[in-house]
Design a binder for this molecule. Structure first.
Ligand code: PEP
Ligand code: MG
Length: 888
């Protein structure tokens, strides 16, 4: 039989921390704290599957669930000696959401449930504090009216402000019982007027209303967006926690607060948090009153003259500190805690693993390993690889001239340059076109999340360090300057008006999220330097991992950056990128436009020294580490001019007739260039291109070996192979060139020839292809494209719809489609190695820098992953975590 409800409290619980999937994070940890004998107000958790059931059944709450909840409430009544809704000692409830994965602030909460015109009197009498009772009642009506009945909370705020003004009060705390009673009356009248129904006076009705509202909030727009961003499946559902209320607002011996067991910004081992005397938890969150420090040390550091909890309520503080230590060593992780002190008695309301910056995560992991709380391998596994992005962003070169046009708050570290856009739609559109933008807004809201994702950085003219823009950008690890009030955004005319300068959409600015400065134009950046805890974690990661990590790079700058991030070679050098630079593109065009082989060879002879010197530099930087160089891959028309002006320009430069050029461009046009004349097909049509590239590689290898003294063993990679015969044809040409160069140079050259696996046929025929290929590199960008039959260039227009509609969970161009593309990789790896047991296997598609895909690569037994330079540390860490998980 389905069990819908798990109870907790009174020193035990039906569930535990292990039941997170079923009870949600909050419910599971409340149960765990009860099992540890900690003071937790009794309650019950409605399981997450009830939420799914709620949606599947047309938003109906099953009778069996209702019965179990009622039984749970009877248990709470026994444990508290109170009664829900009827007694002289009324039991009040909190009703809160709690999903498997923490979704802070995304769903709804109702507090003080069970108050009615009758029970409010009883509560006042029982507490000996009528003012408290009426204040609680108005809080309840306000929350319930908003969350369950759907009346905007501002309606209530207005009434309250109006009453305070009428009475001449500044603070809520100045209102008397009678005055609160009056506010309550106005709230209820307004509800009835606005909604045509009275505020419910039956606590049972209130309860089901609140539970239904929490379930419904799982599907609110905020929650949907958050899930989307954090890959939380909709079918998980939220649990509902119904718990006996305890009150931090029962006078000056009561308080409520939040705490982290270590500093979540720096990771320092110190109790970090704040509290409010005579307040309810929501008051801390709302930030209306300024909270006080927990410890004396923090109070002194902040220079506050308001007493710390340590001083004010020493007994409760001591008890709390002991619980912090206990929970930290129990969970072996930094905890984020909520507590309430009711008339001197401490109650724990929540424990969860605390969110932290990347810097803090590193320090905490290193410290905890040092304290013997966790092993080095566990320390490595504690760091979210993607969070390293926060530490890896470029900063503005201090020597650069700064054209400062304004400043705001340094809301999220790192610097970014881009064109100004004023809406999220513009940001997304620009990103799709491959342009980098800074999203400039007055302030952001959750609707802007997609725009913030698409932007390089965010600039707002309003909002503080905890504004939406600041909090969200920090989470994303994106640079953000917020509250730059000296700048003005004119949305209608799409202008950013600054001191003396007016900029428009498309103008380039740089923001420095570390200093808060806004600068005109693009500014030189410095690569971040990483040390200390980062270095230690990386060293532990390197000890743990099995797979090597290489980089995809073709420029010396990228190759150097990658080396500094710990790349162990180049996994993909896309040689075509080298032909777009400076004087090369026209020589390349000359080659493409040549009428015959002789003409091509003439142009190729000019390209040879350029390619050779590029390779020498790469080999030098890599100093003996493996370098995989791929032969020319893209369709040739990519190098040709497109617009009339470009055609005219190129014709002039190459001294050919415009009409001849246009005809040649037209001849090279293809309907499906990605499936057309590209990859090894080019080398088969024009072997002289492959020969030139092979010669450049071999000559550069000899030269670099001579310069560095380190032997170079180039790996020459043939793209888009589907048939062994294709590879054999190209390989024969490479071998012939090798022979010539060896003879000319009089030295031996060791090299490998391998292929990319980018076509399903290549994967399926891997055992045959491996007879000729000495290595495989999985080109998962193309392999995803060719397996799905989805154009990687056109996917953006419909893949987001696919994801939104749940047709696919992940973008397969970001994370390997384990079932389909993954199956082909497994097949190719297994069949390839069957033929050649020392076949080197790597991946060089974008997936090589994606942590989940890296786990897949580890499981599939690949030798290395290759990714863009900035993702190298992420890949090192993810590879270590994958090995740790496999081995441990
Ligand atoms: C690939 O297809 O995965 C790959 C690395 O090659 P490119 O992205 O250059 O097509
Ligand atoms: Mg490819």
């Amino acid at each position: 039989m389905q069990k819908w409800v798990y109870t907790f409290g009174g020193g035990s619980a039906e569930g535990s921390a292990a039941d997170r999937d079923l009870l949600g994070g909050k419910g599971a940890n409340l149960a765990e704290m009860c099992n540890l004998g900690l003071p937790v107000p009794p309650g019950l958790t409605i399981v997450t599957t009830a939420c799914s059931h709620f949606y599947d059944s047309g938003r109906v709450i099953p009778d069996a669930l209702k019965d179990e909840v009622r039984a749970g409430i009877r248990r709470m009544e026994r444990l508290t000696g109170r009664q829900f809704g009827r007694d002289s000692r009324p039991l009040l409830l909190s009703v809160r959401s709690g999903a498997r994965a923490s979704m802070p602030g995304m769903m709804d909460t109702v507090l003080n449930l069970g108050l009615t015109d009758e029970t409010v009197q009883a509560l006042g009498h029982d507490a000996g504090d009528a003012r408290f009772a009426w204040d609680s009642y108005r809080r309840f009506i306000q929350m319930y009216g908003d969350v369950v009945m759907g009346l905007d909370h501002e309606v209530f705020e207005e009434i309250l402000e109006d009453e305070k003004a009428r009475l001449g009060h500044e603070q809520d705390t100045e209102l008397s019982a009678v005055e609160w009673q009056h506010v309550v009356a106005r709230y209820k009248e307004t509800i009835e007027e606005e909604l045509g129904e009275p505020f419910p006076q039956d606590p049972e009705v209130q309860l089901w209303g609140a539970i239904g509202a929490v379930f419904s909030s799982w599907m609110n727009a905020r929650a949907v967006t958050y899930r989307h961003l954090h890959n939380i499946p909709a079918e998980w559902g939220t649990a509902v926690n119904v718990q006996a209320m305890v009150f931090g607002n029962l006078g000056n011996s009561s308080a409520t607060g939040v705490a982290f067991t270590r500093n979540p910004s720096t990771g320092a081992k110190e109790l970090y948090g704040e509290f409010l005397v005579n307040a309810q938890g929501e008051d801390v969150v709302a930030g209306i009153r300024t909270p006080q420090n927990l410890t004396e040390a923090a109070r002194l550091a902040a220079g506050s003259d308001r007493p710390s909890l340590e001083k004010l309520m020493p007994d409760a503080f001591e008890a709390f500190q002991a619980i912090c230590d206990r929970l930290e060593s129990h969970y072996r992780d930094m905890q984020d805690l909520e507590f309430t002190i009711e008339r001197g008695t401490l109650w724990m309301l929540q424990a969860r693993s605390g969110k932290r910056t990347a810097k803090a995560a590193l320090k905490i992991a290193v410290d905890m390993a040092g304290e013997g709380l966790i092993s080095e391998g566990e320390a490595v596994s504690r760091i979210d690889p993607a969070s390293l992005d926060q530490l890896l962003h470029p900063t503005i070169d201090p020597r650069a001239r700064r054209d400062v046009i304004g400043s705001g708050l340094p809301a999220s570290p790192g610097a970014a340059t881009g064109e100004i856009v004023f809406t999220s739609e513009q940001a997304v559109h620009a990103q799709e076109e491959g342009r980098k933008v800074i999203l400039v807004r007055i302030e952001t809201s959750p609707e802007d999340i997609h725009g913030m994702h698409a932007a390089e950085g965010i600039l707002t003219t309003r909002g503080g360090m905890t504004s939406h823009a600041a909090v969200v950008a920090r989470g994303m690890g994106k640079p953000c300057v917020s509250g730059a009030g000296m700048l003005r955004v004119d949305l209608r005319n799409e202008l950013l008006i600054t001191q003396g300068v007016t900029l428009g959409k498309g103008d380039v600015i740089t923001i420095d999220g570390s200093s808060g400065q806004v600068l005109k134009g693009a500014i030189p950046m410095l690569q971040p330097e990483l040390s200390g805890d980062f270095g230690l974690i990386m060293a532990w990661a390197d000890k743990t991992r099995r797979m090597k990590v290489r980089t995809n790079a073709e420029t010396p700058a990228d190759a150097r950056a990658a080396r500094s991030f710990g790349a162990e070679g180049i996994g993909l050098c896309r040689t075509e990128h080298m032909f777009f630079e400076g004087g090369r593109i026209n020589v390349m065009r000359e080659m493409i436009l040549a009428e015959d082989e002789a003409g091509r060879r003439t142009a190729l002879a000019k390209l040879l020294p350029m390619q050779r010197s590029d390779f020498v530099e790469l080999f030098e930087i890599m100093h003996g580490l493996p370098v995989t160089i791929r032969l020319l891959d893209p369709p040739l028309h990519e190098f040709l001019p497109k617009t009339d002006e470009e055609i005219a320009e190129v014709a002039l430069a190459l001294a050919i007739d415009e009409s001849v050029l246009r005809r040649r461009v037209e001849t090279l046009h293809e309907f499906n260039p990605m499936l057309g004349h590209r990859g090894c097909r080019l080398a088969i049509s024009y072997p002289e291109i492959a020969e030139m590239q092979a010669r450049a590689i071999f000559e550069a290898a000899c030269e670099a070996a001579r310069l560095t003294g380190a032997a170079v063993e180039p790996e020459i990679m043939v793209p888009l192979v589907g048939l062994k015969s294709e590879l054999d044809y190209v390989k024969a040409r490479i071998e012939a060139v090798a022979k010539d160069v060896i003879a000319e140079a009089g030295v031996g050259i060791a090299y490998l020839v391998g292929t990319m696996i980018e076509l399903p046929r290549a994967a399926l025929r891997a055992h045959v292809i491996a007879e000729s290929a000495e290595f495989f590199s999985f080109g998962t960008n193309d392999l995803t494209q060719t397996t799905f039959g989805i154009s990687r260039d056109d996917a953006a227009s419909f893949l987001s719809t696919y994801i939104q509609k749940g047709i696919v969970e992940q973008d397969p161009f970001v994370q390997i489609d384990f079932d389909g593309v993954g199956e082909l990789i497994r097949i190719a790896a297994e069949r390839g190695r069957r033929t050649r047991n020392n076949l080197k296997l790597g991946i060089c598609g974008e997936h090589g820098g994606d942590p989940a895909s890296i786990h897949f690569c580890e499981e599939t037994g690949l030798d290395y992953v290759s990714c863009s330079p900035f993702r190298v540390p992420i890949a090192r860490l993810a590879a270590a975590q994958a090995a740790y998980r496999n081995g441990g």
